[in-house]
Design a protein around this ligand. Structure first.
Ligand code: ASP
Length: 438
């Protein structure tokens, strides 16, 4: 169907001025029928998000401390918005309900959800769209887990006949009416759920950046924006720390191939980043889509003569890790050597036991651990068709004088993982970026 679900994040709705920008965006395209909103975010650096004020207010009430000053601060954020928009809305009754809740048995998730709830009330009134409460169709189980199937049907039933709606993000309710929230940043998930249940043409996610960048701007000066990225590539980069939206928000739309468009509320003319299921080969010119790197890895290296002919060697080593609840990240190996890359935080509490148990189970000739490793992912769907990409990435790192400690290329040829010492992580990213962004 040719309509869009659009979600505006907290920075896009932080004050009346930003909401007016969001309004212009919604009105400029009649396909923007369903609007999912976050709670007002920071108006300036050092400001506090409304959600954080709500958590603080809950904490005060739950501990029997004075909560009125914080509630007054929250109220003033909304009053400022309502006034700035010239909206005809009185929030007295809403705040009375919240106050009564705080005085009885305050619930953390309920309080946090009021940020999105009030935001949606105000914006629905301002736009003249219908307000539809997420508590009516985003369905949680009473243990706080989310129920996909029931929600999918409930969203369809609740919204299919509504022409234009504003829906609060971040929360839903269980069958007893108790409110539950997703984890922080969860309004992204609400938008994705709606897009999937209603079969939207696109899920637009409006934020304060013009899309995903090819590399971390704290590492590379002024990196290029990624115009087009597949879900799989996004997942690879997100795993290495490059995120533009809540990770769980990708799955609902990915399931039915709905593209996500990341856009900038302050620069609506920018096309942003399109996240799509696949890209047709002929249209695909790119080599590398993005580069991301993460620190905090350790390598366990095991050497044993004739390791390759010892059936079950790898399994026995991995079962030691499994028993300690450690998941491994990569496992490059040679004929008689095997290296396992794990997260240092996972390894630390049981380092000695792991060492002893591996020695006991497989009797290696040598075993050693190396800490302070960083993994850099060079991600690009184009690698599979083009020759020499890996060579260029590795040469760039080597020419920057960085010692490459590990290389791992996934069998789908979507990424190359380059292991370097933690202190070289940023230099290596810069070197690879410079090679491919020329
Ligand atoms: N307001 C919530 C938060 O700050 C959810 C969201 O904005 O997506 O985490």
């Amino acid at each position: 169907m040719d309509f869009k679900v659009v979600k505006f994040g907290g920075s896009s709705l932080a004050n009346a001025e930003m909401i007016k920008k969001a309004e212009a965006i919604v009105r400029s395209d009649p396909r923007r029928k369903y609007v999912v909103v976050s709670a007002p975010g920071k108006r300036f650096s050092g400001d506090t998000k409304v959600t954080d004020l709500l958590y603080a207010c809950y904490e005060a009430a739950a501990e029997g401390r004075e909560f009125e000053p914080i509630l007054a601060e929250i109220r003033s954020r909304y009053d400022e918005i309502v006034e700035g928009l010239g909206a005809k809305l009185d929030l007295d009754a809403e705040f009375q309900t919240i106050r009564a809740h705080l005085r009885s048995k305050p619930q953390r998730d309920y309080m946090a959800s009021r940020g999105e709830y009030l935001s949606a009330r105000v914006i629905a009134c301002y736009l003249g769209f219908e307000f539809v409460d997420a508590a009516d169709f985003i369905c949680f189980n009473s243990d706080g887990t989310f129920d996909w199937e029931i929600t999918n049907r409930a969203v369809f039933a609740a919204l299919r006949r509504v022409k234009r709606a504003v829906v609060p993000g971040f929360y839903g309710a269980d069958e007893w009416g108790t409110v539950h929230t997703f984890s922080r940043g969860g309004s992204d998930i609400t938008g994705s759920i709606l897009a999937r249940a209603l079969s939207a043409a696109v899920y637009e996610n409006w934020t304060d950046v013009s899309g995903m960048l090819m590399a971390d701007p704290r590492v590379v000066a002024d990196p290029r924006t990624i115009a087009l990225i597949t879900y799989k590539e996004l997942r690879e980069l997100a795993y290495m720390g490059a995120t533009v939206m809540h990770e769980d928000a990708v799955f609902p739309v990915r399931k039915c191939g709905i593209p996500i468009n990341i856009r900038n509320t302050n620069r609506p003319e920018d096309p942003g980043t399109m996240i799509v299921p696949a890209v047709e080969e002929e249209k695909d010119q790119g080599e590398i889509t993005g580069i991301a790197g993460r620190s905090g890895f350790s390598t366990i290296t095991i050497e044993k003569a004739m390791m390759n002919s010892e059936i079950g060697f790898g399994r026995r080593v991995l079962s030691v890790l499994e028993e300690h609840g450690i998941s491994y990240e990569y496992m490059p190996s040679g004929v008689d050597t095997m290296s396992i890359v794990v997260s240092t935080i996972d390894l630390d509490p049981c380092r000695n036991q792991v060492m002893n148990e591996i020695c006991h189970t497989v009797q290696p000739d040598v075993i050693y651990f190396e800490d302070n490793m960083a993994m850099i992912a060079v991600v690009g769907r184009g690698m599979v068709r083009r020759k020499g990409i890996a060579a260029r990435a590795l040469t760039a790192v080597a020419e920057a004088g960085i010692n490459i400690r590990m290389i791992d290329q996934g069998s789908s040829e979507l990424n190359i993982i380059i292991g370097v010492e933690e202190k070289e992580r940023e230099n290596a990213i810069r070197a690879i970026y410079a090679e491919f962004a020329k």
